[in-house]
Design a protein around this ligand. Sequence first.
Ligand SMILES: Nc1ncnc2c1ncn2[C@@H]1O[C@H](COP(=O)(O)OP(=O)(O)OP(=O)(O)O)[C@@H](O)[C@H]1O
Ligand SMILES: [Mg+2]
Length: 308
Amino acid sequence: MSPSSARQRGPVVTVSSNKGGVGKTTVATNLAIYTRAIREDLPVLLVGLDDQGTIDRMFALRDLRPADGNLKHAWAERSLASSAQLGQYGVHFVPSPPDVALLKARAGDPRTLARILEQTDWQGLVILDTKSDLEALTQNAYHAADRILIPIADWSSLEEAEKIIALLERTGVGAARARIVFTLVDRRSRVGGAEGPTLFGRLRDEVRRRGWAYYTTALSRSPRVETLNSANRTPLSILHHAKGTEVHAQFRELTLEVLGDLGISDRLDLAPTRDEDDDEDEVWGAPARDRGGRAIGGAVRWVARWRR
Ligand SMILES: Nc1ncnc2c1ncn2[C@@H]1O[C@H](COP(=O)(O)OP(=O)(O)OP(=O)(O)O)[C@@H](O)[C@H]1O
Ligand SMILES: [Mg+2]
């Protein structure tokens, strides 16, 4: 690996909306799982910037112990490497901090998380799930991101998206990184009676009118997903527990769209490994380390066409 590519970090996707309950965590967690399924050689690291603990419950392979690192330790160490642990479905995650108030106080510089990720040198995709606010931690997630996925489920989340887009422009991140994802879509909901346009059609027209980039795959409201998320202490993967449903097909399509947008192919590149000094493609292969210095991560060499 050439010295320049040795510091090359993987792409970062942030999921954010100032509106609560629009499907941020469902998108972030399932995007991680589908990415692992589609590109099994691509390590995925999921980080939740809230203290709801959903990611811990969904991914932890065992009860978390006080000795486990969490985001608070990672923030202090300026690296996620020793806090990240391998979880369910082959997804790595950083355990949630006990409360985010402390962390927020240390996130005044919006570029802190971007620097932490650079320092972490994660050899794969990073997905950041945020709280429903536009505060310091969320702004850190914007500055670190290559793509900012903004779920829109209804008119008020569309108005909230406007605030994010304005904030991205104001803070110099730029709205070009933002992508709308339509979530909780109910194609039967109509505006103004049975003959009126669907609510989804209305929202999509408005997003187009405002010139915002959006992913074409919309995620349906599904009682099955609601059950998977809410019926147990541990939310369950759509991929593993809702095969054959519409929303399963949609998550697969959405993941392909996101990966394509990041320039990551949906196929394993089985081309022979390049020469050491051939820097045409970036090769990410070095695994991250756990707190004991042991290798974590896929450790499989993969060739990405993605560039910053
Ligand atoms: N496609 C779907 N179909 C039906 N219910 C869904 C779907 N996606 C998410 N939900 C449900 O909507 C609720 C909110 O989802 P989720 O927790 O992903 O949203 P969020 O934006 O992360 O919320 P918060 O603002 O609290 O972090 C949950 O009860 C979840 O089960
Ligand atoms: Mg959430």
